[in-house]
Design a protein around this ligand. Sequence first.
Ligand code: ADP
Ligand code: ADP
Ligand code: MG
Length: 634
Amino acid sequence: MFDKILIANRGEIACRVIQTARAMGVRTVAVYSDADTNALHVVQADEAVRLGPAPVAESYLRGDLIVQAALETGAQAIHPGYGFLSENPDFVEAVEAAGLVFIGPSAKAIRAMGLKDAAKALMTKAGVPVVPGYHGDNQDAAFLAQQAGQIGYPVLIKAVAGGGGKGMRLVEAAPNFLENLASAQAEARTAFGNADVLIEKYITSPRHIEVQVFGDGTDAVHLFERDCSLQRRHQKVIEEAPAPGMTDEVRAAMGKAAVTAAKAIGYAGAGTIEFIVDGSNGLRTDGFWFMEMNTRLQVEHPVTEAITGVDLVAWQLRVAAGESLPAHQDDLAINGHAFEARLYAEDVPAGFLPATGVIDHLAFPGTARIDSGVGPGSEISPWYDPMIAKVTVHGPDRATALRSLSAALDATQVAGTVTNLGFLRLLSRDRGFVAGEVDTGLIAREEAALCAAPKPDARAVAVAAVVAAQFGSDPLAGFTLWGPLERDILLAYDGSDIAARLTVHGAGNVAVTVGDEDVSLLRHGDHWGTPAIRHGRHVTVFGAETVTFDIVDPLDRAGDAMGGDTVLAPMPGLVRDVAVQVGQSVVEGDRMVVLEAMKMEHVLRAPRDGVVGAVSVATGDQVTAGALMVALEE
Ligand code: ADP
Ligand code: ADP
Ligand code: MG
């Protein structure tokens, strides 16, 4: 076994590899960019080496610097994680040329599977079923259109160098073919520097089922399947293992095809054979086709680990260190069911826009496996993938595991950035998904219902108001001997103000009026029945939905609302002093009215230079929020 390895990646996957390496007594070297100086993977590794500035082309894609870092720190092997350089055969060769071990397949195996057309040709030769289509060299538009007609619509145009759903177009009928071809080619040229495409039959009611394989260069086994059909725009959202509705017969056929594929290229390490499956009529031995091979550890590998008990990273290290396969096919069995949900910093109602922010608060339930590369205080920067965590659960059967996923998502708390948590929660309760009726179109069909922005109810507002008022830990805060204490709190959500009036009936007993609803809240220990935290000038309530409110300082708001001509009461209160008279000249910032509210004196000042035109309050007056107190002449 190696004494020390370098991990050429960041985020959750780097942390994941460090964890297993540490358990195996292997020391770890992290690499990082300037945006990641304080990132978790850097903190967790035994050593860390700076690569360069934040952009990936100057840091995580600098294979030369990574090899140099390994040599300088005495690491014997490099784990590539996924993404970045993990499927780059030139990097593998550079690693090996430096006398280091690449923890993964050979450059040759990666090249064999690198282009979708060549991979399909190879698989056809090996006897693995491949989606019917044209995978040849002729890229003439008229010829491809004619091929599409022969295959029969609908067809899928795919960039041969494609990945991440890019360069892919569904064409429903012949008249749309040429236009879609041109846009797929253009996208492929920009994204991959290779405009070549292939045409294949579009499988209706498609399911994405993939098989985890593992090889040692000679022999290979499979670790069963994962169903990754819950996708949005060809990106996986929730994965599970095993696949719903899978039969022993189809599993054996898919497993055999996957192992055949791996052996055909002398595969070493962890890999995934992705199949597209016709889900229209149950799973059949003649209803699955090879789509592509991912020659690396996959994001969703935890579901496979959960049902097999195998640590795939440990296997990667052992095989890379020269051991043969750690298990025979007969040693492997499925235990129960597992789900993984990908928690991202993204703005779902805005169309799943990647979000950024500093994580002010992050909490997960103890019932789930959490793979994460961030913690409280971490920044989700615009430079890299905005993944916050993978939440993986395991249960004895699918229904139990899925309930456990819902519960785990309900108990997950993130504040400081918007996330897709609400979307994942709704998805985990989706009727079709719960019934195991999954296909790659499920999310798109139900997108409107799954993506609605949360609408905070009166209770969420009430809890936010109490937390904003900080009736938190001091048991006597807000307690008064001579009657209920009232206090107004102004919150803002989604561009609108929400006013809440708190009436304190005693320690830990507050009535909150929100609009025409009254909510009674009792404090239980350190919470008010619904978890919530205050972070800076925000309160996040972790109720049925996670809602973040801004705490509006009425004084700031009053300043904005004055419009330059008036001084309004920012909150209800008692006028303590009026310092100006009609006709008096004032300069911006002059003291005009002193208002006592919330047991404090607030000095309200002239919004600009001018002459006082009207004074509508006198000392001793009680005013309501928004009342006009002083107006300047136009
Ligand atoms: P990428 O390299 O972008 O991952 P894939 O070839 O793996 O591309 O396809 C991505 C997704 O597109 C699949 O998971 C599936 O949802 C859909 N897809 C691919 N091929 C087909 C097909 N022939 N019929 C229907 N859907 C397909
Ligand atoms: P400010 O200008 O007061 O700093 P921002 O709106 O920029 O306020 O947000 C500050 C912090 O609050 C950031 O960390 C941001 O990510 C977080 N934040 C803002 N809106 C939300 C929201 N809807 N949900 C969760 N966190 C939020
Ligand atoms: Mg794929």
